[in-house]
Design a binder for this molecule. Sequence first.
Ligand SMILES: [Zn+2]
Length: 260
Amino acid sequence: MRALVLGLLAALVFAGSFWFFASRGDEIVEFVADRADRLRVPVQKALGHEPRPSRIIYLNREGATLGPGSDDARKNRSSIIEMRGLATHTLDAFGGSKKTFESIAACVAENFAAYDVQVVTSRPVTDDYMMVMLGDRAGPLDDGKLHEGKHLYGLSPATRGPIERAIVYVFATELRNHVKHTCETTSHEIAHAYGLDHTRECSDLMSYEKPCKTRRVFADKDVPCGEDEDRNCDRGTATQNSHQLLLGLLGPRPTAATAP
Ligand SMILES: [Zn+2]
């Protein structure tokens, strides 16, 4: 009897936390109910225009103190800090060597080589860029609900579309600054901030599947979305083609002949 009551209580607590999560977004109820490294955040309505994908990707190895609010990388303002109810949060600098960091940056740049974006490692002087906080552990950014108590390696805000000047997180210390894993996680989190969902394709950087033998890329294949089982994609489609989606959003990298 006692076990039954405890079981019922546990079920109620579980259902309560699910409801809390599911009802925080402004219109989508199923969005963050699954195991995920992305957090549903409000659409950036104050911009006064549709959020545009930022084409400069700044990999921050210095660490920074971030404040809450609608994402704005140039102001160190992060929607995830807001969603976590934090007044400020400081992320430590990248813990590995300069050489390791540069190897990660080169690998990320290679993953985005097909698209009209730039991966940089110094803070841009221009206004419009996305920032990846690359270092530290999740700490208070992890409430334990998104990923069933497993290590959280990365976290991105998500709205179903691009987030302008997004701030995303890669907890490189948790990944032991391993070049390949940190590069893949970084590429994956950046793509979430452009609006990509998870897929079930092992060769795709957006997948939670065990990697196939080939190097992971943004796969040019129409594949089902999902984590452990197939489901419809966030955008309402049955499948996602990660490469084509990025190509459509960002455009192809200008070739040397056509570059200004
Ligand atoms: Zn993810």
